[in-house]
Design a protein around this ligand. Sequence first.
Ligand SMILES: [Zn+2]
Length: 379
Amino acid sequence: MTIASFHCAACGRAYRAERPLWRCDCGGHLNLTPGRGFARGAIVTTDASLWRYVAALALAGPPRVSLGEGWTPLVRRYWRGVEVHFKLESQMPTGSFKDRGTAVMLNHLIEVGVGPIHEDSSGNAGASIATYAAAAGIPCRVYVPAAAPRAKLVQIAAAGAEVRPVSGTRQDVTEAALVATGESFYASHNWQPFFIEGTKTLAFEVWEQLGFRVPDNILVPTGYGSNILGLERGFDELEKSGEIGARPRLFAVQAANCAAFAAAWVVGADRFVPFAAEPTVADGIATPRPIRIAEVLAALRHSRGGVVAVSEEEIAAALGTLGQIGLFVEPTAATAGAALTQLLSDRTITADQMTVVVLTGHGLKATDRIRELLGMGGR
Ligand SMILES: [Zn+2]
């Protein structure tokens, strides 16, 4: 098997993916070289996990650690009278979509001989990495916002990882993790290109579960944009193999209170535009400075989709509606329901189109906040 390679988005330098690496020597982020393409004949149909697509993954061998991640349900429900497919990434081993990226990233790092690792996270990625590190027997330390939902902190600690709460903004948490790069390997899901190699299997699953068809629209809660980039990479590979002739429109959904992509999108920029960030209940996507912002904006434009920003009130309303149709998710995931309401209202999305809404995290992650949002006082 050929060894995959990275290239730096800033200076163009190439690296063979044969040792643990999280960024270029110039400080730029690394991207994996494009995949070769993927066709349905290569699916391992007996494997009910993302490893059914192992032939498409840039790994040297079969997985050494897996908790059965991927192959999540795609269920049909009605939203304002319109049939919609909800992709339940909330039903991953640790309750969020992150397991898709973490499993592939960690298997790559194990292949290239990683030692102890650390990571910074708003909660879900930390819980995912702590859990997979435990499964692999790798020591793990996670820097988290001190104000992260308690359930997520408990989940990280229960996996045996060291939890380091950091006061301040999400960026302060990242800075603390950067300072620690001399002590252990910075296994950042936001920097590691192999995390996106994992999230690309979301594209394969949606396509396969729809009977080898692509939907017209996919809505994704978006903080750093790893699902948008994974979807683009996955659909690229299907197109390269002649499996698909059309591409879905990709809509990145953000909380209006912290919306880096929306700030750039509304002024037609192709890079970061300064904006004022406010607190939001959608803690999982409160990202003030996305690393691959240019790549994500380009992917959205290429797909003819866009960016949707939703208010705190819209998030709370969507959370309630989702719960009442059997979909108990955390506020971050409910943003996608709020965005669907907007896109149906302005007829960007219509009833005759096939639409997939990605629900990224389980409601059990944030019961305290959900209780407040739904006005369940008293008990
Ligand atoms: Zn570079």
